[in-house]
Design a protein around this ligand. Structure first.
Ligand code: LLP
Length: 429
């Protein structure tokens, strides 16, 4: 359920016509619905009300400060994977005691910053990382709470680029070696065991891989208890999928029920790290048709948003619905929707049946709230686009479109290159 609906053939974000925002701000831009974000957060978090839990939004999916603030106000925490994400989270007012630090390649600087900020726990992913964290904590006179991210070797049945819980993936510590690793940690002076964690993949549309992973984690917790190591947290990661096209993922209620039925432990706090399921369908990308062209092979609709703005179709072959902002009675055609970037991989849809859009039409690229803006780049020296939050009959710019000056911020031409005598004599002066 989301609040992007048609009224009088006009797409609205809550009560605001999308075309009004486009007229005021220009295109392209990301547009999120406040009511949808809040509703999705509450539906997910509320589904776990019967167990002690903490919902740590995976902010890699969308790290805009206003969106983080919304979740902070709802009592949520975040899952971070970099010092930059920690900075954003603190700036948005997330309680450090609700921050879990995941990621396979934390640097000593990242660790120092997180220790200083007193985050809840580090989800550690290798023996070397454990050693470094112990050393850093010692140097700072602190104790770091850790949870080993185990790799349970479970097939999440999703796209290979976003599968993480298989033995062949770079993530986590093989669950078969976890006991040994925990024993080592329990002897380390500057670390305390806080929990056990896993994250098996993203955009999962079935419950069984989650339940299978939980079974394996429970077994490990039992073994740890047997050797006198207790855990306070069981972190199940994120990964619940959404409907982009025809997928029928379980509702958060069903997901929570499956987990609670299997959990059967009262003395641990469950940590959830949902990203996509909260923000994915709460955001759209609004773009305008620049040109259309038809070759003997194909029809192309060339729009002003490119793969630098939304890379998911190019990178994963992902499907995003494409809807008209103003409904017309045009005939249907099959076309590719492509951006202005100089690569053939720059497309938002391929061979898609859609209205025969014309120059000037506004299109909504649906389900773009997760891993949309957060994966965008300046490729082709394109300023990153604005982000807008619709709420009721108003809208708020929550990130302004970048300027050309923003594009070159931090770049310098070394002094010697500006000196005349460094040029070859033949150079045109
Ligand atoms: N926790 C950890 C440790 C993760 O690595 C991830 C996502 C999540 C939670 C959140 O997963 P979610 O609930 O959003 O599925 N760029 C890709 C998705 C990459 C996911 C990476 N990790 C995409 O656009 O589909």
């Amino acid at each position: 359920m989301h609040h992007f609906q048609y009224r009088n053939n006009e797409l609205h974000c809550e009560d605001v016509p999308v075309s009004r925002i486009a007229k005021d701000l220009g295109t392209p831009f990301y547009l999120y619905s406040y009511a949808t974000l809040r509703q999705h957060f509450r539906a997910f978090d509320g589904a776990f009300n019967d167990v002690p839990h903490l919902t740590c939004f995976a902010m890699k999916s969308n790290s805009n400060l206003a969106i983080l603030k919304l979740f902070a106000l709802e009592g949520g925490g975040v899952d971070i994977v970099s010092g930059g994400e920690l900075y954003r989270a603190l700036k948005a007012g997330i309680d450090p005691k609700k921050i879990v630090y995941s990621g396979v390649g934390k640097t000593s600087e990242d660790m120092e910053y997180a220790l200083q900020s007193r985050v809840l726990m580090f989800n550690v992913e290798s023996s070397q990382e454990i050693l470094l964290l112990n050393e850093m904590a010692g140097r700072m006179g602190k104790k770091a709470g850790i949870s080993i991210r185990v790799n349970p070797d479970i097939d999440p049945q999703t796209h290979p680029y976003i599968s993480t819980g298989l033995r062949e993936n770079k993530f986590g510590i093989d669950i078969r070696n976890a006991l040994e690793e925990y024993t080592r940690v329990s002897g380390m002076r500057n670390l305390t065991v806080s929990g056990v964690s896993c994250h098996i993949g993203s955009q999962l549309t079935r419950l069984s891989p989650f339940v299978d992973a939980l079974k394996k984690l429970k077994e490990l917790i039992g073994k740890l208890k047997g050797i006198g190591i207790g855990v306070s947290y069981l972190d199940l990661g994120g990964g619940l999928g959404i409907t982009y096209d025809q997928e029928e993922p379980p509702h958060p209620r069903e997901y929570a029920k499956a987990i609670q039925d299997e959990l059967d432990m009262k003395d641990v706090t469950v940590i959830l790290e949902p990203g996509r399921v909260i923000v994915g369908n709460a955001g759209i990308l609004v773009t305008r048709v620049l040109y259309t062209k038809t070759t003997p092979e194909k029809s192309f609709i060339i729009v002003d948003a490119g793969m630098n703005d939304l890379i998911r179709p190019s990178l994963y072959g992902s499907f995003h619905g494409i809807e008209p902002v103003r409904v017309t009675c045009r005939r249907k055609i099959k076309a590719d929707v492509v951006g202005p970037i100089c690569e053939s991989s720059d497309f938002l849809a391929k061979d898609r049946e859609m209205d025969s859009f014309e120059t000037g039409d506004l299109l909504a690229i649906m389900s773009a709230g997760a891993y949309g803006f957060s994966m965008s780049s300046n490729y082709n020296s394109r300023p990153r686009i604005a982000e807008v939050l619709g709420k009721g009959d108003a809208y708020h710019v929550i990130r302004t479109r970048e300027s050309y000056e923003d594009l070159v911020r931090g770049e310098t031409i070394p002094e010697f290159m500006l000196k005349d005598d460094d040029r070859p004599p033949t150079a045109d002066r």
